[in-house]
Design a protein around this ligand. Structure first.
Ligand SMILES: C[S@@+](CC[C@H](N)C(=O)[O-])C[C@H]1O[C@@H](n2cnc3c(N)ncnc32)[C@H](O)[C@@H]1O
Length: 495
């Protein structure tokens, strides 16, 4: 069931020791996913657990009205801060939700995130002893999640960093190690030479998992030293004058970032080993896959919890995850990036065009089908009637793709699984698109039940999106749709 890209907290060279097994093992299958309770096991009524969860969620907000905003309480630590991936979740918020589920459903032992991005849910799940399976269409995201799933030995990383620094100092070559369309537009000559030295120095390392950690440091360095502005997730160049005047010390930036990453990875190792202590059979799988064709798992490997945040709309109007990853991916050895294929870097839009809503072609029959599943969709499509056809395309293509992914996603869930969808509404041609209500409708259509919708303000006013692009609205609120289901998968239904 698990594939080549599978990683685990204890598969890296120089890793921490696995804590020894405890009695918790007996309740789990060999693959670490929970098995069905035996015939004599006590089952609580589903409704009882739902009510308990709803109560816990409401209580949190009652005690602290802005609880879900996590204003001033969101921190990127213990591995969460190794790369600034767009639209990252708040780790502490997802962690609180997982703890609430664990409190009302102690048998829940596995989480799936089909749009895992940088692996926020992965790390929060695993550190609580929950097995995790995640996919993303973007290989850079899967590389980040893979590194975040490893228990690195900090002493080993410190000595590798010193070795890399030495190789860089000794490398006198002015040869630029990569070649791609518009390379010189995106990198100043001196920056490209220094990045080439770092690339050669990382490539010379023997262990793949260690190279992967330093590739992430290089990716973050590239984000800061390339000619693309950091204020937007789209590729958007500084002016010629700005480029010439920028003070950039590429090697120093890389060394600084890699030092702070080692600190993060040290704390990450601690979080992972506490997860392993809670569940010695814990499993992690992070792989490149389109959520629409997520591999179907065996019945006993279906997940108890879905926790995810899909794109909030087509990438023209929301976030260009692929474009944001395009420059770093040009510099990292492709054989070290899970699921990397040359065609993904054919142009700056290749990854985004494979993502949800990436292809705008649609048919009237797909729109009619969606109308039967979601009233919120039908009403929005009607409102877009008098707008250019492109506006309708952006709505239909995205919702069609999201709807298709729900079949594959729900097939990966046990009956009555807990679902947490972090979502945001957006606008197309000035018309509000009720993404949250649309997703809720599509899930109810599949037999799921709505439990609660948590609203949160995004501290600082907006989520890091393609904000500088005129066609894009910034997001300053988002919702967490809490649902349960589907109830007719035929898979084991616990609690
Ligand atoms: C909102 S981001 C997830 C962020 C993540 N929760 C985090 O904290 O880093 C949405 C993710 O969906 C991915 N994505 C878009 N279309 C996809 C598809 N068809 N299948 C799988 N992943 C997809 C994007 O690459 C992006 O990483």
């Amino acid at each position: 069931m698990l594939n080549d890209n599978r990683t685990g907290p204890a598969v890296v060279e120089g890793v921490m020791d696995r804590p020894s097994a405890s009695s918790a093992v007996e309740e789990r299958g060999q693959d670490g996913y929970a098995t069905a309770p035996g015939p004599g096991a006590q089952r609580r009524l589903p409704r009882e657990a739902e009510e308990q969860l709803a109560c816990r969620l409401r209580e949190r907000a009652a005690l602290a009205p802005e609880f879900w905003s996590f204003s001033g309480r969101s921190r990127r630590e213990a591995g969460h801060g190794i790369f600034a991936y767009p639209a990252m979740m708040v780790p502490q918020l997802q962690g609180a939700l997982l703890e609430d589920v664990q409190a009302v459903d102690p048998d829940a032992s596995s989480v799936v995130d089909p749009f895992m991005g940088s692996g926020t849910v992965m790390l929060e799940s695993v550190s609580r002893g929950l097995s995790f399976r995640g996919t993303d269409i973007n290989p850079l995201a899967v590389l980040l999640a893979t590194v975040k799933s490893q228990s690195y030995d900090p002493e080993l990383l410190i000595s590798v960093r010193q070795r890399i620094a030495l190789r860089v100092t000794e490398d006198q070559s002015h040869e630029i190690a990569v070649d791609f369309t518009n390379r010189d537009k995106w990198f100043r000559g001196d920056v490209a030479i220094d990045l080439s030295k770092i690339k050669r120095a990382i490539s010379a390392e023997r262990r793949k998992s260690v190279r992967q950690a330093f590739w992430v440091a290089l990716a973050e360095t590239i984000r800061l030293v390339s000619n693309s502005r950091t204020s937007t997730v789209k590729l958007h160049s500084y002016s010629a004058e700005e480029i010439e005047n920028r003070q950039i010390d590429t090697i120093d930036t890389f060394l600084r970032i890699s030092a702070s990453q080692i600190e993060q990875l040290k704390d990450q190792a601690g979080a992972l080993s506490s997860g392993l202590r809670r569940n010695p059979k814990l499993q992690i799988s992070c792989r490149v896959a389109d959520a629409r064709s997520m591999p179907t798992v065996t019945k006993r490997a279906t997940a108890d919890i879905l926790m995810t945040s899909p794109p909030y709309g087509d990438n023209v109007t929301t976030v260009t995850y692929g474009q944001h990853s395009y420059l770093p991916l040009q510099w990292i050895d492709a054989s070290d990036v899970p699921g990397m294929r040359p065609e993904l870097l054919e142009n700056t839009r290749s990854i985004d065009s494979l993502s949800l809503g990436g292809k705008l072609k649609w048919s009237l029959s797909s729109a009619d089908d969606l109308r039967t599943k979601s009233l919120a969709f039908a009403q929005c499509l009607d409102q877009l009637q008098d707008h250019p056809r492109n506006a309708q395309s952006r709505l239909v293509a995205f919702v069609r793709d999201l709807d298709e992914s729900l079949d594959a996603i729900t097939a990966n869930l046990r009956s009555n699984a807990w679902m947490f969808w972090t979502l945001g509404d957006r606008r197309i041609s000035g018309i509000p698109v009720p993404t949250v209500s649309i997703v809720r409708d599509l899930l109810v259509f599949r037999g799921s039940k709505h439990i609660e919708t948590l609203e949160r303000k995004i501290p600082g006013g907006s989520k890091r999106m393609a904000a500088r692009n005129a066609s894009v609205e910034t997001m300053n609120t988002e919702s967490i749709l809490v649902m349960r289901g589907p109830c007719d998968t035929g898979h084991d239904s616990r609690s």
